[in-house]
Design a protein around this ligand. Sequence first.
Ligand code: HEM
Length: 488
Amino acid sequence: VHVICALDEHKRKRFSGASLPLPPGPVALPIVGNAFSFIGPFGHNPHRILTSLAKTYGSIVSFRPGMAGNFVVVSSPEAAREALINNDAALAARFVPDNTRALGHCSESMFFLPTYSHLWKQHRITLGTSLSSARGLDTTRPIRDRHACRLSEHLRFCSGMPIKIGEAVQGTVLDVMSNILFTKDVTHLRVKGGQLFKDLLVEVLEDWTKPNVSDAFPFFASLDLLGSRRRISRGLAKLYKFFDEEFVERRLGSSENHHDLLDFILSQHAKSKLTRSEITKFFTDIFLAASNTSRIIVEWAMALLLKHPEKMKKLRAELAASLGTKEFVQESDLDKLPYIHAVVKEILRLQPSAPLLPRMVSTDGMSLGGFSVPIGTNILINLWAIGTDPTVWPQAGEFVPERFLGSPSLDFRGSEDFTYRPFGAGRRMCPGLDFAAQLIPLLLASMLHKIDWSLPDGIVPEDVDLRDRYSMVLELAKPLIAVPVSTV
Ligand code: HEM
């Protein structure tokens, strides 16, 4: 075994083809590489496994999970800065998980298209202008306000009943997005065959984010051993059809102007800049990206506030003092609510929705921290390791929103020194950042203004389950259930 490992190491060094050494890392076994480290009970926590590797080997570590090529994981602010800023252009691509190849989704998806692709640039411009620009945010503000108010009303109506926090938030976010895109609520709509749109979306997402053995051993891909590619293809086909028939087809047959994102997209289609297949994949990406991340952040915030009733009390006191007798929170109130922003920022530090930023080296000759990182290497920026590093953050593992009150200039965009970058950086930085920075504090405030919360079935704050589960995003291992109590 030692001889084979030595040969393997020799081959890796030759593969680097550069005078600089490859980053250090655990010895990889022939064929399986380091795959065993990622299966079994720890398989759901790659962010933790990679953080412990960094403690042993340093902030730039290489490993090989199977036969899908080398991965380099970056776990310090300095190295993350070097990767995402100095080497932004070299990291134009992303690793493409096998599940996202279903129906060729990845080849037209803005998550996976390389940044030099024309379609990627066009989608970024569309999102930048319609969603995240000052004008886009102004135009869409009434939609966010209206749905946040509806969420409050719904929770007050459910007073005394245990509810799944994630479901309530996800439904609201889907309706916010669908009103921006199509001027319509989608949560109550059924796809052909009777399934609700939101259930179908959750189903596709769940399968999509499951680990697939073909990612580590690509030669299994054609066999689709777990059947996930077939299931995802079926779900995606329904989603594409829903978007195409329910919205694109209908709007093409109407002369009405709605001034929404669909009108804008169809104007691009009329100029032959976008095909219908590209349009439906774009909608799929937007719904998946927006609903999942926003749901997770609000769910984490509620779990941590229920675990720390004194912080919940502080937050509700801020709302009461700033809003007084006003019945519902509006986005225009957010400037008066520094503590709610601090809570959201703290969640994004402690439990970043995307804890491992995936990139792939797409040019020759790249180096990182004095190590060679050859073309084709997958890079993971471990935001979770940086956010919970005790040498970077005092009381790193604790929920202390107050730390952000003292530095109001530290916004969601993150810090120059890369100790805090929850939305990524460089040209692939999240295009939904400014939008999410408005929506998430608004939703959280709407859940807490004139609503008290308790835990069901005699659960005490100490027992709130904060275990996490990685599935491309970092969510609570168990969905949070809590009881709203209206104080109106
Ligand atoms: C709390 C909310 C959100 C968080 C924490 C978040 C975080 C992120 C992160 C970390 C990335 C990867 C950036 C990188 O590689 O440097 C990303 C990418 C992306 N996000 Fe978000 N996001 C959020 C909300 C949204 C929303 C509301 C939208 C949509 C409208 C959105 C759309 C996207 C898209 C399309 C990408 C891929 C960008 C690309 O590869 O070019 N995100 N997001």
